[in-house]
Design a protein around this ligand. Sequence first.
Ligand code: ZN
Length: 138
Amino acid sequence: MRSYRQTLVFNTDRRRELINITPDVEKALKESGVKEGFVLVNAMHISASVFINDDESGLHQDFEDWLEKLAPEKPHSQYYHNKAEDNADAHLKRSIMGREVVVAITEGALDFGPWEQIFYGEFDGKRRKRVLIKIIGE
Ligand code: ZN
């Protein structure tokens, strides 16, 4: 069995961004040499997500609007967590959008359904954050 580990680093310009990381995961898969197995991709921070959905700009705006309705960033004072920080909304948004994804690897490729793409969801950006890619298989 092969095992391969890699981290991606992000430092977004904005507090919230959705970034398509599918090409990065495909590159890691190629480097791993794994043809049959699984890839795990997870955010290594509790204010960011990794999730699978469509790479469509209207949908991405819908995610932003929907998450802001569920857990608005401001006023910061509305959250207990923000006594020492200002990112309670980011923790809540991350919980909704999820920590990680697992994708099957078949014949050396990500075995996606139609339109599936992997995204990094940043909810408290403008600082260095990491994503873990772990590939297991043969
Ligand atoms: Zn916090």
